[in-house]
Design a protein. Sequence first.
Length: 254
Amino acid sequence: MKENKHVLAIMAHPDDIEFLCAGTLALLRRKGYEIHLASMTPGDCGSAEHSPEEIARIRVRENARSAAVIGATYDCVGCRDLFVVYDRPTIQRVTELLRKYDPFLVITHSPQCYMLDHEETAKTVRGACFGAGVPNVRTEAADPYPTGSGVPHLYYADAVEAKNQFGERIVPQFYIDITRAMPVKAQMLKCHASQRNWLLKHHHIDEYIRKMKEMSAVRGAEVGVKYAECYRQHLGHGYPQDNRLGKILGMLKV
């Protein structure tokens, strides 16, 4: 039986993947895995200068360029910023995306983070991972993809600034050393040039490449490497129990 080599990373907004798990994806790509990137929204609220329609077009193009850096695909689910919700239409669209690529491994947001778009994405992806392989789960798509082959390995990336909505530190299950992938991770994030001015105005963050490296360095220091990304695996009933990601890339623990 041919090995399933497909990996899907799905997060709320364009550039979330680049901040939180692009180093891991770059390492997986080097090992021959097929990488697929997706955002729940086109980033339509991520500007103080452009209209929602204009910035959405810009950011979708930026995300596609970022995906191309590692030879990945890119899809946008079609939700809107600040309106990502766990409802039937959204679950159906994400289920279609899971069936499109039938990944053996999925990465999404931490279930606890600073904003609800991230948390609702985590919940929706979790639901779609479980339902994509169920024949009686119908998405009502005009030309639906076949039922998926089963429940994939599901991983939650780090929360932004490694803390939950109460400011409490997120404790990872394991870390991936991304030091050698940092140049690629930075190159991918640089594709999101529209976000520099927005992050400066709204988040008071300048030099967003530097900020990303600082976040990765904090986690790296916890396990004695220069840069790291960290994860928790969904291990509820019905989900795979072996740590495929850790086995493929070599996990580190505190």
